[in-house]
Design a protein around this ligand. Structure first.
Ligand SMILES: [Zn+2]
Length: 199
């Protein structure tokens, strides 16, 4: 068995896999959620954090809730009785009925904009793959290896990537990207392949 994931690690994983709670509707009322709430639903995998919060590495044991409903949920779930379970059902239904369709639709529209902005931001900060460098070259051009290497290193600086060494770089051009290697006066030159290779 691997190590037991911490409470923080689990919450990080929920956000990574299902997005922040604020990108979801509250499971009770339909307004925008604030938290990923552990459902205390007797998950076989239930753990206890050092500060005494139950949690589970099973991500299906969490629901998005707004802070108001989360507080109500936690208060009722901590009273372990049939009556509190009944109250839980009643309160979630009340919560749902207290929110108008207009309010739910408004929150949904705001969430969609937030999600689109987050996706655009993520795309803007994503690092390109090293192979994206190939697309910056002129197809069919024949270039000194040292010139290509210098261009590649500058491109890596701009894109915050760690460049590979010369030997690896030259091998990578030929083996992975179809460059033709030859020599001009004993100096390595490379011919950039046709566009089909420059993905
Ligand atoms: Zn709610």
């Amino acid at each position: 068995m691997g190590t037991v994931p911490t409470y923080d690690a689990v919450h990080k994983r929920i956000r990574a896999e299902r997005g922040p709670a604020a990108h979801h509707a509250c499971a009770w009322c339909g307004r925008t959620a604030d938290d990923w709430a552990y459902q205390h639903n007797g998950c076989a995998s239930e753990l206890l954090s050092p500060s005494g919060h139950p949690y589970s590495p099973d991500l299906s044991c969490y629901k998005p809730l707004c802070w108001e409903d989360h507080r109500t949920f936690d208060r009722l779930i901590n009273q372990d009785s049939e009556l509190s379970r009944l109250r839980l059902l009643v309160r979630s239904a009340e919560s749902f009925l207290s929110v108008t369709d207009e309010r739910a639709a408004f929150d949904r529209a705001v969430r969609e904009r937030a999600k689109a902005a987050a996706a655009a931001y993520a795309a803007s900060v994503a690092k390109p793959a090293h192979s994206a460098f190939i697309a910056t070259l002129e197809p069919g051009a024949t270039v000194y290896g040292s010139t290509l290497l210098a261009q590649y290193r500058r491109w890596c600086v701009v894109n915050d990537l760690k460049p590979v060494g010369q030997r690896t770089f030259y091998g990578w051009l030929v083996d992975n990207h179809g460059f033709e290697r030859s020599a001009r006066g004993g100096i390595a030159v490379f011919t950039v392949p046709a566009a089909a290779y420059s993905r």
